[in-house]
Ligand binder design. Structure first.
Ligand SMILES: O=P(O)(O)O[C@H]1[C@H](O)[C@@H](O)[C@H](O)[C@H](O)[C@@H]1OP(=O)(O)O
Length: 925
């Protein structure tokens, strides 16, 4: 006979706190004393002497934990333990944890219900994050054994924080066993041996007494408040597993969303809009063009304006999502959310094991960056960009072909000009200001700044591309005649000669023109340097005549003063400095204006060529690339900030950060079959594009901790804020604003039934080439790491790690071309961790396959680094998959606690990627 649990309402189940839940209204409840950012309460469970409903039946038990909030009286299912098979004295490895945000008080009542599970395949654990999910699921496959309840305050005030409660039948009469509840604290070692808890051993004894020892804090724990500003809605799980020497280790699993999921895309779209509006304006200011080019420009502008409007609409829509921090897998095809990464989470494992330091292991899990709304009918970016480039290169003479590198260079020079011109103007005004104050020191300083910026400006135009673009634009003007610009005032052409420019080499499709005066550009360009030299010489002279013995300190471009030049200019010994310098500054500004004008127009003309070819297609490709990049970028910024906060106390890491940069390793689980080929092609480009990102750490001046992004499509800088106390402790180079670089690498191994099809009937070459190319990148990073890190660090590092061997193994695994060779992923992840890198795991939705992989990685780390008892590897894996954060991830994505796999699919999976019975099945995704 099955005993059913009685009447308590279990509606309104939810795991995470809701506004109502934390609202205590008129009631006054006693808060639990807590350490900031640490869970408020954690306990583990064990039963003794359970009475089976049918004699001689071996019990397979689980405990379901429900919570009764004191103000509500309604029972809410909270979590469950795993199923322990074949014993009347089960000792559960899955514990219970209430994160710091959870509304729990001493008055909160906890109900523990013990079930006997008869059919695992039907058993689904019913905790829910969804208040609206109201229908209690039928009790299929399990029967009620008994329950007990207690108030949190009773547990906390009990002797040794341990309660032994009688389990009773639903009518409250018969005792059917005992349940022990024992508070645990992460930093404390659990006493007693764990050797008696193999699943089949009869008469297990509980070893639940905790002994307090000095807790070893996890590095970076103090930084959590700041980190928590970007992490949201944490889900926490607790486990204890035996070690190979039969001690207990404790593991806390945490999964959090990040507000960066939405914040970064919004910032990025704003930058795209700014960049495109500026380019459109420059196109309009290109001046008179011959009819062919003019029509082309009109057409381009129409499309580009439409594109900007579209980005603006997307931004408006996204801005409505204030406070959002999670895009579910079911929204991945939504147009307005296209820039937002799918199902982005920090997956963290905190291990506290005897004799070892506490350790944190982080993986960012996220859906593969891909343009789902645009679809994959024609493939993804890797193929589309390649095809587009090929076609563009081979078109007729209607457009001028500039390689992608040259187009990128044109954008870079344009951006440099736009930044430098106003800066130089400011420094020139400051110089005049110093002159009017007649202050030699201030004059020298202003001159130094002016010289530095002007040198950079002059340098920006050294490129051959500017020359060829000038010629191309010349030929595109009506009649191919360029108006001769007025020569700058006070030109000192003869007195400050420049090096002759390098010979002009033309690109293939760039037109030649016999009337074109190539040297004219050199003269205009050189005038800027010459004007600066005049200013330097004048400042030197003024200071010298004023009685100062030292030179101006700015140093002339040629390293020498030009006395003849200055003598020619200075006519009176004690004249007003301002008056002397003013005309020279005007000349510099004029010369610069002339250069800027010409260069801007010619480089904008280069951009016109890129846009003009295959118009809508070209813009759609840009859009696709922006979307994919935005998803990848949001994940990267999130990963970087988390890594920085958790490693701030590690001097080796900080040194690596500014001398080498960080490796960012992506594990892809996509199949090279059907749509996922396109996803992988998008993902490969998106990840590779992350090279364009650099980080800079700045001191936070307010409570706004969100990162700030500047730049344009070719190069972004992310400013990450740290509170003053943390910022002060950073190495000087980082504090001075040195750019910190990242090295993204991707290794992909398809694991599901689609990959089986690809291997049998399709093509796996995409995966092979991605892995091979990225292996080379990883090797390059390793070489730089070995070269740049200090010798002491390297010798210690080499003693601890055989990176060379691991790289060799990875190389062999890639070469082996073995089917579903998951060894590749394990090796790549291990190398990344050893190199202090940022780990990512991705599949289409980061929900099912990712959950399998990340839990496998966690258990493998426990086995390899923390001596997890080998007989408990599978059990630990099953606990994490059945009761851990990842099943909550599935639930929050698709509102169903089942991994979306069927039996047939799972047969194709590598062995350790299969979830436990009862946790998978048809889910409406
Ligand atoms: O999280 P994923 O592994 O990308 O989810 C897949 C799942 O692996 C597969 O078995 C199932 O048929 C669905 O395609 C899942 O993708 P959804 O994007 O539909 O959640």
């Amino acid at each position: 006979m099955e005993i059913k649990e009685e009447g308590a309402s279990e509606e309104g189940q939810h795991f995470l706190p809701t506004p109502q839940a934390s609202d205590t209204g008129d009631f006054q409840f006693t808060s639990i004393q807590k350490t900031p950012n640490e869970p408020q309460l954690e306990f583990i469970l064990a039963c003794k002497d359970l009475v089976a409903p049918v004699r001689d039946r071996k019990l397979n038990t689980l405990v379901q934990i429900s919570v009764i909030h004191p103000a509500e009286q309604a029972l809410k299912r909270y979590s469950s333990t795993e199923i322990v098979e074949g014993t009347r004295d089960p000792l559960f490895l899955t514990g219970v944890t209430f994160p710091s945000e959870y509304p729990i008080y001493e008055e909160t009542k906890i109900k523990l219900t013990v079930y006997d599970v008869k059919d695992k395949s039907h058993d689904t654990v019913r905790t829910s994050v969804l208040p609206e999910h109201k229908d209690p699921l039928p009790e299929v496959g399990r029967s009620f054994l008994g329950y007990a309840s207690f108030k949190v305050g009773e547990l906390l005030k009990s002797k040794e924080q341990l309660l032994a409660l009688s389990l009773r039948t639903s009518d409250g009469g018969k005792v059917v066993g005992t349940i022990e509840v024992s508070v645990v604290k992460m930093g404390e070692i659990e006493d007693g041996d764990a050797d008696h808890i193999t699943t089949d051993v009869q008469g297990q004894k509980c070893a639940l007494v905790c002994e307090c020892t000095a807790s070893e804090s996890v590095n970076g724990k103090d930084n959590l408040p700041f980190l928590n500003a970007v992490l949201k809605n944490p889900v926490c799980k607790l486990y204890r597993f035996p070690t190979s020497d039969n001690k207990w280790m404790r593991i806390r699993e945490q999964m959090s969303e990040s507000i960066l999921s939405f914040h970064i895309p919004k910032e990025l779209i704003s930058l795209h809009i700014k960049e495109d509006l500026c380019r459109n304006q420059e196109l309009k200011e290109l001046g008179e063009l011959s009819p062919h080019w003019d029509n082309l420009r009109k057409n381009v502008l129409t499309h580009c304006d439409q594109m900007v409007n579209m980005y603006q609409d997307i931004l408006t829509e996204l801005s409505k999502e204030t406070g959002s921090s999670f895009k579910s897998s079911s929204s991945k095809g939504e147009k307005t959310l296209e820039f937002v990464p799918v199902n982005l989470h920090l997956q963290r494992m905190h291990v506290h094991s005897p004799h070892l330091k506490d350790a944190l292991y982080d993986v960012i899990t996220v859906g593969a960056p891909a343009a789902h709304f645009q679809g994959f009918k024609n493939g993804g970016l890797r193929k589309l960009l390649h095809r587009f480039e090929m076609e563009r290169r081979n078109t007729g003479y209607q457009f001028i072909y500039y390689s992608p590198e040259n187009t990128a260079k044109a954008k870079e020079v344009l951006s440099n000009i736009n930044q430098l011109q106003p800066l130089i103007a400011t420094h020139a005004d400051l110089l005049l200001n110093s002159a009017s104050q007649h202050s030699p020191d201030s004059l020298k300083n202003s001159l130094k700044m002016l010289s530095e910026k002007t040198e950079l400006f002059v340098h920006a135009f050294k490129d051959q591309l500017v020359r060829s673009a000038l010629l191309a634009l010349y030929t595109a003007r009506p009649g191919g005649v360029l108006k001769k610009p007025p020569s700058p005032k006070n030109s000192t052409e003869d007195s400050c000669p420049q090096d002759p420019p390098p010979p002009v080499r033309r690109q293939d499709s760039i037109p030649h023109h016999s009337d074109y005066d190539e040297e004219e550009w050199d003269r205009v360009w050189a005038n800027v340097g010459k004007s600066l030299n005049c200013i330097i010489a004048m400042v030197d002279k003024l200071i010298e005549r004023d009685g100062g013995s030292e030179g101006a300190g700015g140093g002339s471009k040629d390293g020498e003063k030009d006395p003849s030049l200055v003598d020619a200019i200075i006519t009176h010994p004690r004249e007003d400095w301002y008056e002397q310098l003013y005309p020279l500054i005007l000349t510099l500004k004029d010369c610069m204006g002339e250069v800027v004008n010409r260069a801007k127009q010619s480089l904008t003309f280069v951009l016109l060529q890129e846009l003009a070819y295959s118009l809508p297609q070209c813009l759609m490709l840009t859009l696709r690339r922006d979307i994919v990049f935005s998803q990848a970028f949001a994940g990267l910024v999130c990963g970087f900030i988390i890594k920085l906060h958790t490693s701030l106390h590690d001097p080796g890491f900080l040194q690596q950060l500014h001398t080498v940069g960080l490796i960012v390793q992506y594990e892809g689980l996509l199949s090279t079959y059907s749509d996922e080929i396109g996803m992988l092609e998008d993902m490969a480009v998106g990840i590779s594009d992350l090279k364009k990102v650099a980080f800079k750490i700045i001191e936070a001046k307010s409570n706004d901790v969100l990162p700030v992004i500047t730049g344009r499509r070719e190069h972004y800088v992310v400013e990450v804020k740290l509170p003053a106390r943390m910022f002060e402790a950073l190495p000087l180079q980082i504090k001075e604003g040195q750019l910190l670089h990242v090295y993204p690498v991707l290794f992909n191994v398809g694991i599901n039934e689609q990959q089986t099809l690809a291997e049998r009937f399709g093509d796996v070459s995409l995966q092979e080439s991605i892995n091979q190319e990225n292996f080379e990148l990883l090797k390059e990073y390793y070489t730089i790491f070995m070269e740049k890190m200090p010798p002491d660090y390297i010798s210690h590092f080499q003693e601890q790690n055989d990176l060379k061997g691991l790289l060799e193994n990875l190389h062999q695994s890639i070469q082996a071309k073995k089917r579903k060779n998951v060894e590749i992923m394990w090796l790549a992840a291990t190398i990344c961790r050893k190199l202090n890198g940022i780990r990512f795991t991705c599949c289409k939705s980061a929900k099912d396959r990712t959950s399998m992989s990340v839990t496998l990685e966690q258990c493998s780390i426990l086995r390899d680094e923390h001596q997890l008892h080998k007989d408990f590897f599978i059990r630990a894996l099953d606990c994490m998959r059945r009761e851990g954060c990842r099943i909550e991830n599935v639930l929050k994505n698709v509102r169903c606690r089942k991994y979306a796999f069927n039996m047939l699919q799972l047969m194709a999976f590598p062995k350790y990627y299969r979830p436990p019975e009862g946790t998978y099945g048809k889910a409406d995704t």
